[in-house]
Design a binder for this molecule. Structure first.
Ligand code: HEM
Length: 345
């Protein structure tokens, strides 16, 4: 079997999982046939959120359209001395600031079992409270890379999954999409073994940011959030035996026994690396700056209420950290705001 066929066979595995998810979305076919996707008066952000909702059988009142199932933790971030050489951002000046972190499962399905393949990539959202009381956020996933380079292609990916029900003629829209978007095929077919714990998953920022230091020197970088206890996964057999909420239950138990620690790292771009295409993963040999330590120490009171009331925003940035021109990054706050507005209704 050649590489391409092998890739498509594994892609079919993903598609079966995606279609199983679709089967739970009783509204989606009528939703699609009602023409909601084609409603020209809707913004791209609204269409993207509609697509997540269609795939998850949502909107689910009170929940995010994507990464719906999650849990919060609280702690601190202490920056290294070297962090200030990259950026003049206030939390990177050898200080300790409070953080709130939200770990999540992928998809907009609020009760998705934690070991379900669609729960991965998982998410991490980190809110740093800055010394002046304002905040900045990092929002990252447990996979290094993104399936598409533009928000328009992301809409194409989501709508083609939604249109690939059991009765869809072959090649189905998702087969056609993956056949013409190699990065998306790579993303969906890459092995993503179930996590042993949120505390032992590495996360990747995927989008580039422009870091500027006090001397006015700028460099592009991408965040990595690396667990100090290493990347720990379950075998498929062990994952099958896990309870539907094992990740959400394990984190508070682990925190009760001691802190959970991650290193915050910036991987720096070299000349020629794309800072605008999140499908283009930079080589591992690129320089990495250790920005500091995230130490999580406890749960957050009223977890569900706080999750609902909080919108993490990857473009909430302090002086010293700027957005890149990555169109996926630039599209995110608009879609997040639509989802936030829906869950507050
Ligand atoms: C055009 C591209 C994207 C779209 C349309 C999109 C859409 C969304 C939406 C609608 C939400 C729910 C937000 C809320 O209700 O507060 C969300 C959450 C999230 N997204 Fe994205 N996203 C995109 C790209 C990305 C990328 C590149 C990453 C990571 C590298 C990412 C990671 C996450 C995570 C971790 C969450 C959960 C945040 C939380 O815990 O509040 N997304 N996304």
């Amino acid at each position: 079997m050649d590489h391409g066929n092998n890739g498509l066979t594994r892609a079919e595995g993903f598609m079966r999982a995606a279609l199983a998810l679709l089967a739970t979305a009783t509204c989606c076919l009528s939703f699609t046939s009602s023409g909601a996707f084609a409603a020209d008066e809707k913004s791209l952000s609204e269409k993207l959120v509609d697509s997540f909702n269609a795939l998850s059988g949502g909107p689910h009142p009170g929940f995010r359209a994507n990464h719906a199932k999650g849990i919060l933790a609280t702690g601190t971030f202490t920056s290294t001395e070297i962090a200030a050489s990259l950026s003049k951002a206030p939390h990177l000046q050898s200080v300790t600031v409070p953080v709130m972190v939200r770990f999540s499962n992928g998809t907009g399905v609020p009760n998705l079992p934690d070991a379900n393949p669609n729960a991965s990539p998982h998410g991490i959202a980190i809110r740093f409270t800055l010394p002046d009381g304002t905040f900045t956020d990092i929002v990252a996933i447990s996979f290094n890379g993104f399936p598409v380079a533009t928000p328009e292609d992301f809409l194409g990916l989501l709508t083609s999954v939604a249109a690939s029900g059991p009765d869809a003629p072959k090649p189905t829209p998702i087969e056609q999409f993956l056949g013409s978007h190699p990065a998306a095929l790579k993303f969906v077919t890459a092995p993503k073994p179930a996590a042993a714990s949120f505390a032992t998953l590495p996360f990747y920022g995927v989008n580039a940011f422009k870091f500027t230091n006090a001397q006015g020197v700028s460099e592009y970088g991408r965040y990595q959030i690396i667990p100090v206890e290493g990347d720990q996964r379950l075998s498929d057999k062990a994952a099958e035996a896990m309870s539907p909420n094992y990740l959400m239950e394990e984190l508070p138990a682990r925190l009760a026994a001691g802190p959970v620690v991650f290193r915050l790292v910036a991987q720096l771009a070299k000349k020629g690396d794309s800072t605008t295409d999140p499908t283009s993963v930079w080589p591992d040999e690129r320089p990495q700056i250790d920005l500091g330590e995230i130490t999580l120490t406890g749960p957050v009171a009223n977890d569900a209420e706080v999750q609902k009331a909080t919108m993490f925003n990857p473009l909430a940035l302090p002086d010293g950290i700027g957005a890149s021109e990555d169109p996926v990054l630039l599209a995110r706050p608009g879609a997040y705001a639509v989802s936030f507005g829906q869950r507050l209704k």
